[in-house]
Write a protein that binds this ligand. Structure first.
Ligand code: NAP
Length: 294
């Protein structure tokens, strides 16, 4: 079976190794290739993909939004996020967003509670869109719907008094106005204003700040994260970003983006094969991948 990733610059992609490990662990036969396409090549490639024997395609920068105009049927997550990273080829192209599931799997595994009251998302690009959609879908509904807080906050009078203090997504951007236009429901803040709203239950970094080779850089200072509950950095190279190191120094639990990358790949395989694999297989692919890189 043929599978592949389409995008513009793909030489550093980890996806072929992740899918190879998936094939090895499940005993399925498959080849996962990289296809660097120009914008002119995009539509013909998609329309001919089924005839050329492709069973599944992934999509990355800069085509996650652009492919939508060629898709006949969009999943509910892809529609909400406005981006597609997984396609089922055929006469009717179907588009999905499995980054959403990568976020879900990561927070369920590494975060004690996947509910949150106050979230800070850094950056306003494509990944922020998936993160914000996910966070909005997983608000602290118990508090919202019943007017009571969940067990561990029940006696916290400040929380009860101030209902405005819950279910807030703060979005930090270098350009607050532009970010507000992209995310009208988020509370956009400049980096200078973050201290006015901290601490947060969860901070998610969707900027490339701290990514290889700029490994010493951090989008936030130690003071800005002090007191927050959890950090999810979507970067996976390096495995420990400077922002994660600062979190460690403060005792804030944190995770990088590798598990998300593996989980979104396994979810894509579920869609292409019409089967369910679940977290055990995500764990197995993740551990094998880490082992090979050690
Ligand atoms: P993107 O569309 O380019 O967006 C990144 C956002 O970060 C920008 O919109 C910008 O927001 C902010 N930003 C960019 N350069 C910055 C800088 N020098 N300083 C501060 N902020 C900056 O990229 P993306 O597709 O969302 O990806 C973002 C990151 O997430 C990348 O590191 C990518 O590798 C990672 N990612 C990981 C996974 C995974 O599976 N782990 C999946 C997707 C993406 P403002 O202009 O509003 O400041």
């Amino acid at each position: 079976m043929k599978y592949g990733l389409i995008g513009e610059k793909l030489s550093h992609s980890l996806s072929p190794d992740i899918h190879r490990i998936f094939f090895e662990l499940t005993g399925k036969k498959g080849d996962y290739g990289l296809f660097e396409l120009s914008i002119e090549e995009l539509q013909p490639f998609l329309l001919n993909a089924s005839d050329k024997g492709f069973k599944g395609l992934n999509v990355t920068i800069p085509y996650k939004k652009k492919v939508i105009s060629y898709i006949n049927e969009l999943s509910k997550e892809a529609m909400k996020i406005g981006a597609v990273n997984t396609i089922v080829p055929g006469n009717m192209l179907k588009g999905y967003n499995t980054d959403y599931y990568g976020i879900d799997y990561t927070l369920r595994k590494y975060h004690e509670s996947f509910y949150w009251d106050r979230a800070l998302v850094l950056g306003s690009g494509g990944a922020a869109n998936a993160v914000i959609t996910y966070l909005e879908d997983n608000k602290d509904n118990e508090f919202n719907e019943e007017g009571i807080d969940n067990a561990d906050k029940k006696d916290n009078i400040d929380y009860k008094k101030n209902k405005d203090n819950v279910n807030k997504i703060y979005l930090a951007s270098r350009d607050k106005i532009a970010a507000k236009n992209k995310f009208p429901h988020a509370n956009t803040v400049s980096y200078d204003e973050i201290a006015d709203y901290s601490p947060f239950d969860i901070i998610v970094n969707t900027t490339p700040v701290g990514m290889f080779p700029s490994v010493g850089a951090s989008p936030l200072t130690k003071e800005q994260i002090n007191g927050s509950g959890f950090l999810f950095d979507l970067i996976y190279n390096p495995a420990k970003t400077r922002l994660m190191e600062l979190s460690d120094e403060l005792g804030i639990p944190n995770v990088n983006g590798l598990y998300m990358l593996v989980a979104q790949a396994v979810k894509a395989q579920e869609i292409w094969n019409g089967e369910e694999y679940g977290q055990d297989l995500v764990d197995a692919v993740y551990l094998r991948f880490l082992g090979e890189r050690a």
